[in-house]
Structures are given as C-alpha cells and as structure tokens.
Design a binder for this molecule. Structure first.
Ligand code: SF4
Ligand code: SF4
Length: 168
C-alpha cells in the first residue's frame, strides 16, 4: 500500500508549490478518456478514503462554507434556538447569482475541535464533500484542484492519479 500524506501543514505548503503543476495536470486529464479517469479516481478514492478518519481532521470545516437548503436552515435554527429570520440574517450568506445560501462563518460555527457538533444533522453539502465519488471528475477538476491544499483525501487521490497516469 502506498503511504498517504495526512499532515495538513505539509499538504498546504505542497499545494502552493505545485499550483502550476496541478493546472498542467488538469489540462492533461482533459485529454484522457473521461470514463477511464472516473474509474481510476473512484478506485483511488475508495482506497484512500478508507484510510482517513475525517473526525480526526475537520480541515474542510475550518476552510469551506457549506451551502444549506431552506429545510436545513429550519433544522439549524431549531438547534440554535433562534428564529428562522435571526438565523438567516446572522449565520448565512446569499449567493444571488446562483440562488444559494451558505453558512457564512469560517471556521464553521458547529466545529468543536476537529469534530462537527451537529454531525447527525449536518447539511448534505458537508456529507458529500469532497465529492470525489461523483461522476465526471474532469468537469469538476478545477474545484478538485482548489480543494487539493485543504482536503487530504483530494490531495492523496490527485497525487496517486498523477502516478497512475504517469504524469510528469
Ligand atoms: S456543519 Fe459540521 S460538517 Fe458542516 S462545515 Fe460545519 S462543522 Fe463541518
Ligand atoms: S473531507 Fe477532507 S478535509 Fe474534510 S475532514 Fe475529511 S479529510 Fe479532512
């Protein structure tokens, strides 16, 4: 089994150093068969995800803002014991262009240490992050590169992907 990198500081530094390399790799992947890319990405994701304990990381919750549906906002307002209006006003931000609301604080207000304090009712966007299991990796590769320096799963999948495709 190839060792994986879990040190967030190191991952962050490498991501700055490899910014250009990752953009080149993205362009390289676009020239590959999309279905083959998905097959390899999903296999690597399964291998790597199973070796990483998200409850001992929480780095996405420190850096990302999950989008929230109206139903999820209802739930969170009840948990926080505030009115819906109060919650929307103080804890969300609206993206008018895409008509999406986000939780606005980073780190997320529900992060306690490295763990989510509302784990069982966390928003769907948190559950699916980093979304590597989805199809059409090539169409989402820019966002994957953005997440390379944040999420050890993305970092390790992309590094292994470079090896599998013999990218130089
Ligand atoms: S709701 Fe929980 S899982 Fe989602 S960003 Fe906040 S702390 Fe992380
Ligand atoms: S999804 Fe990635 S960044 Fe978030 S807790 Fe898991 S390993 Fe860490």
């Amino acid at each position: 089994m190839v060792p994986i990198e879990l040190d967030i500081e190191k991952i962050n530094q490498i991501s700055k150093r490899k910014e250009k390399e990752n953009l080149r790799f993205r362009a390289f992947l676009k020239g590959q068969d999309d279905e083959k890319v998905d097959r390899v990405v999903h296999r690597l994701n399964n291998e790597i995800e199973s070796q990483i304990d998200c409850t001992d990381c929480g780095n996405c919750c420190k850096n990302m803002r999950p989008c929230v549906t109206n139903k999820e906002i209802d739930t969170l307002a009840v948990i926080d014991k505030v009115s819906l209006e109060n919650f929307i006003e103080n804890f969300t931000e609206q993206d008018d262009l895409e008509n999406i609301k986000y939780l606005k604080d980073t780190p997320c207000k529900y992060l306690l240490g490295k763990k989510c304090s509302i784990y069982d009712v966390r928003p769907k966007d948190c559950i699916t992050y980093p979304n590597i299991h989805k199809r059409s990796f090539n169409s989402r590769s820019l966002s994957m590169i953005d997440n390379y320096g944040i999420c050890p799963i993305v970092f390790n999948v992309l590094e292994r992907l470079k090896m599998e495709f013999r990218f130089r």
